[in-house]
Design a protein around this ligand. Structure first.
Ligand SMILES: [Ca+2]
Ligand SMILES: [Ca+2]
Ligand SMILES: [Ca+2]
Length: 134
């Protein structure tokens, strides 16, 4: 009986270690699960725009139809906000926000197949996009 104990331990420990290995790709896979409304395993631009629009509505606490620096809560740096804000009023309309989202979508989609898979969403460009979705 004593001899078997280490074996039992190994068997229980290995799945735990293996389970933590794909953690790096998990953020992309989670995002696909969360926003993939047509269940094809990838995110296309309409799905991404829909996710971004609902986050926009959630972030717009004073419901004035725009996001200011405070409402953006660090999702865009000051420079990114300035670049995304052509009328320079310090706030983003939903159209300005979605324009940034679309630029980041394209940056995260180097194979230009119109969709983002879990791997593309786990890249630095993919993560920059996800910051605008959740
Ligand atoms: Ca999809
Ligand atoms: Ca607002
Ligand atoms: Ca792609």
């Amino acid at each position: 009986m004593m001899l078997h104990r280490p074996v039992v331990l190994m068997v229980t420990v290995i799945p735990l270690v293996a389970g933590s290995l794909p953690a790096l790709a998990a953020s992309g896979a989670d995002a696909v699960k969360m926003f993939d409304t047509d269940n094809d395993g990838t995110l296309d631009l309409p799905e991404v725009r829909k996710a971004a629009s609902s986050l926009f509505a959630k972030l717009d606490r004073d419901r004035d139809g725009t996001l200011d620096k405070r409402e953006l809560a660090g999702r865009l740096s000051a420079r990114e906000l300035a670049a995304a804000d052509p009328d320079r009023d310090g706030t983003l309309t939903v159209d300005e926000y979605l324009a940034v989202v679309e630029r980041r979508f394209n940056a995260a989609n180097p194979d230009k197949d119109g969709t983002l898979d879990a791997k593309e969403l786990s890249s630095p460009a993919g993560k920059a996009l996800l910051r605008l979705l959740k």
